[in-house]
Design a protein around this ligand. Structure first.
Ligand SMILES: C[S@@+](CC[C@H](N)C(=O)[O-])C[C@H]1O[C@@H](n2cnc3c(N)ncnc32)[C@H](O)[C@@H]1O
Length: 359
């Protein structure tokens, strides 16, 4: 078999082995700490093995992967990159990671993005963000791909100083994923206006309401009473209610302020607000609500909200983890936690519902 293969490639099996040995020697120089070789050398070597040793049962990319301790998947990617960017079109001042990002995210305009990266001194991550953000990596610096959205700080572009203000990066991601430019987004408990600002950046129309308005572009409205007709036809309604005693005293002393309510009244109030949303939401629209467990309340609030909404004919389409960051926990709460042998609850979920079509 080996003889046939060697005959086919026009060299003896001994010569094949010798040639392969050379490759391995070169490959081993990538596995050590010497780091003398550039990643492009490895990429070129991987490509060479892929082409020259295609179909060889013994000498192939898998063997190369074992020799240099780099996964076969990575070697395949490097080979693809080397093929995509022959030496004469590579941007010497940029890393291979820049080239990989450009090739993977926008192969047709890869060179354009590399030119931009070179000119504007972008990192390889900036290329991905710039492609998503029509050329501005900062516009989408908050973008999250999975279902775990952790933000340690509030992006100053979204919202103003306000008790209970959330990182506007949270509504920004919901808006990005669940609406299109021009769609109407509403926030029924808008507080500092984080959603309003995020929607503006993303070119959505937005109306913000709150029991107490602290900005001229947020209108006074009680979500328990209803939603003004100007907000009907919304693609997304965002709600970030105040949770129990955590927020007591921060907001209005109004009896309809959700922060004043015990667990039962709070869940009932959410039911009323969700019912009001039915009128304002487009049939295919989304209701996004931030839910967290409350110390002293019985059971798991997130579970209870899901159950209640499901009973009320809402379908849960997505559940995203959006934990509170350490810096949102005040020193007095931390002290209390230690004294009472309690952990401070930092888990929080964003539940995205759609109206069941059977309703
Ligand atoms: C946690 S804050 C929202 C913070 C906001 N997401 C932000 O980033 O600034 C909750 C808000 O709900 C408002 N609120 C409470 N009960 C309400 C009700 N019945 N109708 C409208 N707003 C209400 C409070 O005034 C408060 O501003």
């Amino acid at each position: 078999m080996q003889q046939i293969q060697a005959a086919l490639t026009g060299i003896s099996s001994k010569a094949v082995a010798k040639e392969w040995l050379k490759i391995l020697t070169l490959a081993c120089s990538f596995s050590g700490l010497s780091g003398a070789k550039s990643p492009w050398d490895l990429a070129d070597l991987a490509l060479k093995v892929q082409i020259r040793w295609k179909g060889h049962s013994r000498y192939n990319l898998q063997a190369l992967s074992v020799a240099c301790g780099i996964s076969q998947k990575r070697l395949c990617l490097l080979a693809r990159t080397a093929q995509f960017f022959p030496p004469q079109v590579r941007f010497k001042q940029l890393s291979i990671s820049h080239h990989i990002e450009a090739m993977k995210r926008d192969p047709e305009r890869a060179s354009y993005w590399l030119e931009q990266a070179s000119e504007k001194q972008w990192s390889s991550k900036d290329i991905r963000l710039a492609i998503a953000g029509d050329g501005d990596p900062r516009k989408f610096s908050w973008l999250r791909c999975g279902t775990f959205w952790y933000f340690s700080h509030c992006d100053p572009r979204f919202g103003i100083d306000y008790p209970g203000r959330i990182p506007g990066q949270i509504p920004a991601n919901v808006i990005h994923y669940f609406t299109d430019p021009g769609d109407l987004v509403i926030d029924l408990m808008a507080g500092s206006g984080s959603t309003v600002d995020a929607a503006k950046l993303l070119e959505r129309r937005c109306l913000g309401y709150d029991l107490v308005s602290v900005r001229p572009d947020i209108q006074q409205n009680d979500a328990l009473i209803g939603i003004p007709s100007e907000a009907w036809g919304a693609k997304l309604i965002f709600i970030d209610p105040p949770y129990g005693a955590i927020a007591k005293g921060f907001y209005d002393n109004h009896p309809h302020c959700l922060s004043q309510m015990n667990q039962r009244d709070f869940l009932n109030a959410l039911r009323t607000v969700a019912n009001n949303c039915r009128k304002a939401l487009l049939t295919e629209g989304y209701l996004a609500i931030l839910v967290q467990n409350v110390y002293g309340w019985v059971g798991d609030t997130v579970f209870q909200v899901i159950q209640q909404f499901t009973d009320d004919q809402w379908n849960l389409v997505r559940r995203i983890q959006v934990p509170l960051s350490n810096h949102q926990i005040s020193s007095s709460v931390m002290k209390w936690a230690r004294e009472n042998r309690q952990m401070v609850n930092t888990d929080r979920d964003l539940l995205i519902f759609q109206m069941s079509q059977e309703h």
